[in-house]
Structure formats: C-alpha cells, structure tokens
Write a protein that binds this ligand. Structure first.
Ligand code: GLN
Ligand code: ZN
Length: 491
C-alpha cells in the first residue's frame, strides 16, 4: 500500500482507533509506524487517529464510577490525543527509551488481555459448545402457531402494544430521586408497582388482548439489561452524538457476558398477577444490545453477540418457567447493524440471526416468541427475516401505507405479523377509519390469521392522553374488522 503513495506525498497514519473507546496497544501501533518511517522517512509521516474523534466521549479520567481496572483499559478523546503524543515520542526513542515510555500503557494492555473479566471460563466454554442445532426451536412454526392458538385462545386480529407506555415526568422524577438516594428501594418498588397497576387497568379498559407491563423500571432498553449483566460498565459522562442534536451514552461492553440473576421475571410475575389476560415478557435482543454499546475489540463481534444471546436465553427460559406464554425479544437495531459494504452483509446477517435464534431456541412450542424491529425495509433480506423464525414479528409499516408488506406475501412468509397501524413518532391520533383501512390494505398481502394489530413502536415518548385515544381507536378498528370479516370475538 505504501508503494501506491505518490512520491513526496505525506501519509497520515490512523493508528489510534477513533471509533472505539479502547486504549491503543502501543507496540502494535509502533510496529506500523516503524515500517512507515523505514520506507518514507519520518518527514513524510503524520501520526493520527483513524477518523474524527466525534464518535468518542470526551475524557476517561472523569469516570471515577468505573472500576479502576476497567477504566485503565479505556481511552476517550483526550486520552487518544495523549496516545498520539506518546507514540510520537516513542517513535524517536531507542529501545530502552521506549521501554520506559511505554511501561504504563503496556501494563494496561497486558491486564486487559489476562484479566478474568475478559476470560470467564464458564462463559467461554458454554459459548464454544453451541452447535448449529442449538439455534433451532423444537417444532416447526406451523405446529407452534397451532399450539399457541390453543393455549392463548386469542381472537382474530389480536391487539397488543410494543412494550413501553408513556415515561411520564413522574416516572423520571422518581427514578432520579432513587438514584440520588432520596427515596429507599422499597418506596421506589411500590411506586413502580402502582405504575404497573395503572397500565394493566388501562389496557383492560381499552380491551387489548395481549398486555405489557409498560417498562416503567427501564430508562433505556439496552442500559437496563447491561446494568444487570456481567461484562458491562457505564460511564457518567460518556455522551456521543447519535444524530442531529440527539445524544446517547452507550454502555461499555468490556468483558465476557453472563447473567447472574433473572432480570425481568419478578416484574413480569407482578404484572401477570394483576390480570387474567396474557402478559407479554419483554426483553432486548443480543444484536441490539451489541449494536447500541461500545463493544470490546479483542474478539470478533459475533463471539460477543453469542455470549449476549446465551444470557438472554437464560431469561427466556426463566420467564417461560414462571408461566409466561408470550415473550418479545426486541431487535430494534438488527437492520441498522447491516454493514455498508455489500460483500460483508451476508456474513453479518447470518450470525446476527443466529444470535437471535439462540435466545428463544429452547422455548416450548406453545410459548409464543415475538420480535420487534424499528426499520422495516426488508426487501433484500426477507429470507433472513424468515430465518429469525419468530412466531410474531412486529414492524414499522404504517408510514408506507402497508406497501412494505408486499415482500412478505411474495415470499409466502410463514409467521404472524403486526405491521404497525399507526406511527408513534407523530403527535396525532389516528382515526378508527384510517386504521381499518390500513388493516384492509394489510390483508392484500397477509392472511387474516397472520395479522396482528399494534402501534409501530413503543409508546414511551408519547403522552397518556393521545396514547389512550389512539389505542381506543386501534381496538375499535380491530373490532369492526372482525365483524366485517364475520368472525367477531366470541362473547
Ligand atoms: N419494547 C421497547 C419499547 O416499547 C421497544 C423499543 C424499540 O423498538 N425501539 O419501548
Ligand atoms: Zn421500534
């Protein structure tokens, strides 16, 4: 590659990765830099980050809440600049000088490599033992759907929501007060239970068929799980731009991932105890957890993802054992993880889909597995979506007026689908007629037995007034469609 450089041109060597949060291995970087100096001479070399530092948080040294060992493995923007300066000095030093300069950074790299936190033998041997058959449910989808119909007894065009209900100021305030220690754990728990009581009651009043607990205990669908899994750290100030003026504070996935304790089971049990309707269990899938975190760079992403998949599988198994008949594993970010280069896409989708399948493979045939995806242009990847082998898939199709569904009919898609009959991002209440029409349109592509009725994403950013009004119309539209089809719900 160096040969391709025009004579006299300067090379900016991006030896410090600008896209992640890990300290640079100085010996690896110097290896590259030494070779460049040999060929081009020091005068034609600039030592640089691999890209703008826009994607990195500002400064590790402020993150005193992160365990010291893990913190020593990190480099954010400011530390990356220090690394550049250090490499510059080391490049000019002799061997003894380098040993002295690099002592500290070599020690960090060594500690990261050998720490039990990046080498959890139980996790590694479990992941290594996974076979292709371990990704398969015990029965084909048609048999499963029949068993689920018998167990759940849902009407045609079942109604449900995607998981979260409005995260009100009250919920946010209580969360803040709990974090600050102003209220004790028991008070906070009682508050969350009363929120769940309200959400359950409202859904029963609305006459929804499959209920959710509303996720009041979760600030974020990835952070909530990361906080309970081994292998994750959380920064206090590690904000990065997501898009426009939006920022996110991704968890830092530094080590081997496992689930020491059930994460959602007691909330699910409480919520189910408040109703006789099916209460959906609600989990975030491994690909989305991976995609929305800063991920360790010392092993392939798919290895890391498989570990997360197994941890989520543990939760699926425990929910099922607790009696949960419907479990949703959200993969909001599956589509956005698609590599830009066409030739890398197949490989990514293959392992991403495998990791999803791993989460629900042991579930009984009559346990209904849902998944939800936010972006839903599946034309070029429909066979992969089918290979997820989810019993019910809810997607965002409302804005396209259901045309996105064409690909499912062309493919003879075997699962059930909730196309999303209104856009939760728009602050408007869809009318009954509008939703009825979308359901009619959806039936151009899907059979009535395949079709679910739900909003197109979670409702946490909406207010209660519009949420209630929209869901009232949604349930009424489903009811009218059932009557029109001639199969109203049995009384
Ligand atoms: N269950 C999550 C929620 O309802 C799903 C959110 C998402 O897909 N982005 O909020
Ligand atoms: Zn969504």
């Amino acid at each position: 590659m160096l040969d391709a450089l025009p004579a006299g041109a300067r090379l900016s060597a991006g030896v410090v990765d600008g896209r992640n949060v890990w300290a640079t291995d100085p010996d690896r970087a110097l290896d590259q830099l030494d070779r460049i100096v040999d060929r081009l001479g020091a005068g034609r070399l600039t030592i640089a980050p691999s890209c703008s530092l826009l994607h990195a948080p500002y400064r590790v040294s402020r993150e005193t809440g992160i365990d010291e060992e893990v913190r020593s493995w990190l480099a954010f923007g400011e530390e990356k600049l220090d690394e550049l300066a250090l490499l510059h000095r080391a490049l000019q030093a002799d061997a003894a000088g380098r040993d002295q300069l690099l002592q500290e950074s070599r020690a960090r790299i060594a500690s990261r490599r050998s720490s039990p936190r990046t080498n959890d033998h139980a996790v590694r041997s479990r992941a290594a033992a996974v076979t292709q058959a371990d990704h398969d449910r015990p029965a084909p989808i048609a048999d499963r759907l029949a068993a689920q119909r018998r167990r759940l007894g849902l009407p045609l065009l079942p109604t449900t929501t995607i998981g979260s209900y409005p995260q009100t100021t009250k919920i946010r305030n209580m969360r803040r007060r709990r974090r600050a220690g102003d209220i004790d754990a028991a008070t906070y728990e009682d508050f969350l239970k009363s929120e769940i009581d309200d959400v359950v009651r409202i859904q029963e009043e609305l006459d929804l068929d499959v209920l959710v607990h509303g996720e009041p205990e979760r600030n974020d669908m990835v952070e909530y799980f990361g906080e309970q899994l081994e292998g994750f750290a959380f920064s206090a100030y590690g904000w990065v731009q997501s898009y426009g003026s939006r920022c996110v504070k991704p968890p830092i996935l530094f080590g081997d991932v496992s689930r020491p304790e059930p994460m959602t089971v007691s909330w699910w049990e409480y919520a189910q105890s408040r109703t006789s309707r099916p209460m959906k269990g609600m989990l975030t899938g491994p690909v989305t957890i991976l995609q929305w975190s800063f991920v360790r760079d010392d092993q392939p992403r798919q290895e890391t993802c498989r570990q997360i998949g197994l941890a989520i599988q543990d939760e699926v198994v425990d929910l099922e054992a607790a009696g949960c008949a419907v479990i949703q594993v959200d993969e909001a970010a599956l589509r956005e993880g698609l590599p830009l280069r066409g030739e890398d896409q197949d490989d990514y989708v293959r392992w991403a889909v495998d990791c999803f399948r791993l989460t629900s493979a042991p579930a009984r045939p009559d346990t209904q597995i849902h998944t939800h995806m936010c972006y839903s242009e599946f034309n070029e990847m429909i066979e992969h979506i089918a290979r997820l082998d989810a019993d019910v898939l809810s997607i965002e199709a409302s804005r396209s007026g259901m045309e996105l569904l064409e690909v499912f009919s062309g493919f003879d898609y075997p699962g059930e689908i909730g196309p999303g009959v209104y856009d939760i991002h728009a602050p408007r209440v869809p009318s009954v007629e509008e939703i009825e029409q979308l359901l009619r349109d959806a039936q151009r592509y899907l059979t009535v037995e395949q079709l679910w009725v739900n909003p197109d994403c979670g409702l946490k950013t909406r207010g209660w007034e519009e949420t209630r009004a929209a869901l009232r119309n949604l349930v009424e539209a489903a009811r009218r469609r059932r009557v029109e089809i001639g199969q109203p719900v049995p009384a």
